[in-house]
Design a protein around this ligand. Structure first.
Ligand SMILES: *Cc1c(COP(=O)(O)O)cnc(C)c1O
Length: 388
């Protein structure tokens, strides 16, 4: 059994993918070919935003979004420690400071009540209010990067209100949530800029690296478009700002155009797979917590992640599943504030207890649109053997 089955998808659309690649090979516009603009148009329409700007990865999408807002030294960027390193890495790369905010234990996403406390702590220079990183004395709150973990959008209503109160911008890290929804609107239409990733294992993945920024702001779109090509002005050799080489490859855009044709259907198939897990697992009466999706939210189900009782219980379940050739994964085994890369921030163990607790108990089951009910039944069967 596979954790993510990309071959099943390829079998369905291999002719379209190959035709798309062949077209690129024949026109030869490997850099910023027509497929890039076509994909940007389609995905902007799907997400329900005015503009989409393709780029080289989800990480670059986040980096470009911060750069487009002149985030740098002295700026506090609030985000969750329970995410992939890329979310916070880009903040430090620009010389800004990640200020971590613990998660909600049910959604695994940024907890708006704690966000408010963390902002207040920065404004009042008071780490007693909320744990703050080294150098907090000189920080100015500028931005929130909310992450839609496992495909479930964060609470953008609450986060947006707090950001408005403090005149901060909101960046949506929708790397895992493309295809999901919040309050009846598609994922990647939330915040001031939204970012997604086309890493192969994401809900909409290409065959390499790729990413995209989404915004309704024409000025920001123009800056993103300039930044991704070395800060170009009127033409390539007119450089008006410091940028990066952050373009989306034409070949990857061609692959994505073929995959996008069946993407909405795949999002629905993921709903069915998740529903089956959520129906079968609670019947076991094991001490496992299945994900729950509140009214007004739709998850893109990048992952189906459950909480074991504790770390030993997780180890037992994971090794039992492995013996039956059922792969599992842990996202994420160590929260970012405890990673060596961020040791200079000086955060202590227990600073973010919910993230730390989840990191010892969480694991993800196989999840992809083509997971059969038969395979799911056997996964649940193996798990049921752990009832003593
Ligand atoms: C995958 C991911 C990224 C980075 O995307 P890449 O395309 O791999 O650079 C950023 N944030 C989150 C939450 C992710 O899951």
């Amino acid at each position: 059994m596979q954790f993510v089955n990309l071959a099943a998808q390829q079998d369905r659309i291999s002719e379209k993918i190959e035709a798309g690649i062949k077209t690129v090979l024949s026109h030869g516009k490997y850099i910023m070919g027509p497929e890039v603009g076509e994909l940007e148009g389609r995905l902007a329409e799907y997400a329900g935003v005015e503009y989409a700007v393709g780029c080289a990865s989800g990480t670059d999408a986040l980096l470009l979004s911060l750069m487009a807002n002149d985030i740098g030294s002295g700026d506090a960027v609030f985000t969750t420690p329970f995410t992939f390193i890329a979310t916070a890495e880009v903040i430090s790369l620009l010389g800004a400071t990640p200020v971590f905010v613990d998660i909600d234990p049910v959604t695994f996403n940024l907890d708006p009540a704690k966000l408010k406390l963390a902002i207040k702590a920065v404004c009042e220079n008071e780490p007693q209010i909320y744990p703050l990183p080294n150098g907090y004395e000189t920080l100015v709150p500028r931005c929130v990067i909310a992450v839609d973990l496992f495909g479930l959008p964060a609470n953008y209503a609450a986060i947006g209100k707090i950001a408005t109160d403090y005149e901060m911008i909101v960046i949506q890290d929708g790397a895992q949530s493309f295809g999901g929804q919040f309050a009846g609107k598609m994922s990647c239409s939330q915040g001031d800029i939204a970012c997604t990733s086309f890493f192969p294992a994401k809900p909409l993945g290409c065959y390499g690296d790729g990413g995209m920024c989404f915004t309704n702001d024409a000025g920001i779109k123009d800056i993103l478009t300039s930044l991704r090509v070395h800060g170009k002005g009127g033409h390539k050799y007119d450089n008006v700002r410091i940028g990066i080489n952050g373009r989306l490859d034409t070949l990857q855009a061609a692959v994505l155009l073929a995959k996008f044709e069946i993407f909405p259907e795949e999002v629905e198939l993921r709903q069915k797979v998740a529903e089956r897990y959520s129906e079968l697992l609670p019947k076991l009466n094991l001490n496992l917590v299945s994900p729950s999706v509140s009214d007004g939210y739709k998850s893109a189900w990048a992952q189906y992640s459950i909480l074991a009782e504790n770390s030993d219980h997780r180890t037992k379940l994971q090794s039992g599943l492995k013996e039956s050739n059922i792969p599992t994964a842990v996202y994420y085994p160590r929260p970012l504030h405890l990673q060596s890369a961020f040791s200079s921030l000086g955060y202590k163990q227990q600073a973010f207890p919910v993230s730390e607790d989840c990191s010892t108990r969480i694991f993800s089951l196989p999840m992809h649109p083509y997971l059969s009910s038969k395979d799911q039944a056997s996964i649940v069967e193996v798990i049921s053997n752990f009832i003593d």
